[in-house]
Design a binder for this molecule. Sequence first.
Ligand code: 5AD
Ligand code: FES
Length: 376
Amino acid sequence: MGVINIKSKEIIDKLSKSNNASREELLFLIDNLNNEDKEYLVEKAHETRMRTYGDSVYMRGLIEFTNFCKMDCVYCGIRRSNKNADRYRLTYEDIMECADIGDKLGYKTYVLQGGEDPYFTDEKMVEIIKGIKERYPNNAVTLSLGERSYESYKKMFEAGADRYLLRHETATKELYESLHPGANFENRRNCLKNLKEIGYQIGAGFMVGIPNQTNDDLVNDLIFLKELDPHMCGIGPFIPHKDTPFKNETAGTVDKTTTMLALTRLLLPNVLLPSTTALGSIDPTGREKGIKAGGNVVMPNLSPTRVREKYSLYDGKICTGDEAAECRMCIENRIRKAGFRVEVTRGDNVLWAKSNKVNETSKNKVKVHNLIINKL
Ligand code: 5AD
Ligand code: FES
């Protein structure tokens, strides 16, 4: 049995009380975290989530609607240079069908995710968003389509989109530029600023264990998040993809990823923090570990099974063969076994809901079980 490091404990206590720490303190923690420190960190992150969201874990139905992408992110399996990628686009009807299935399964949030695909113009996106909102006005629509103009974001917001996920990927300029040929570090940050200004609930986020990433870079990510104060934050391990220049690189670890999740929970107590599919892909119980370290969102797949394999950002992605209903039951069982409660409400950020006077308890709160029994 080891012992807890006094200095680490002090920093974790400070984080837990004030939700803040200096760059030096964060770096010290990440550099020196032993097993006992980690256990304490996870305990404090858990306490914090219990104060803000309780034991609820929110479900989002993920619709991967295009794997065409004009970008060339070095790590990503759907980068435009990957000639082996089998490209697909879902039609409007396909997407509505996914939304119908999602609603039947009880989801109150859809995440429309895709590569940066110019085929999906603002007009097409507006039509899709309106189509979903007309059918399911109480369900939230989250977009994850990469960088677009201010006007484009605004049009989609006005059409009814509620949230937007755009991971910042890394807050270190040089690392960002080496990973994203032709992309612009400032532009990405500007997009996040624009999205927030327009009124979206925004999600930033980064990968853990990306080649050449140092602990200093991870501290940059944490400091950036603290400043940006997003409503959501997606954090997952980097996993190599066989058709990318990073094919022989090592994946990020569960340990480092859960450390970053726990630190993010302490820095941003109100953030919605997914326990990602990537985390579940490097460890059979990765998502459970992420939830125990402060994660409170899961995003089961709603995409048609015939395209699942094709939305391949990294190798070994889980859930590619499972029907939406199977994923739904599987993840629900996992959450419950881990000691948490499944929530199928819209799951807005608590602070956002307060300032926008959304009262979930009276409006949308439906216990999962009744719902499944009634609808399936
Ligand atoms: N490993 C892990 N995550 C990846 N992403 C893209 N490629 C990979 C990979 N090889 C993440 C990026 C992106 C999100 C949709 O998926 O962070 O923002
Ligand atoms: Fe998809 Fe487990 S969540 S099969």
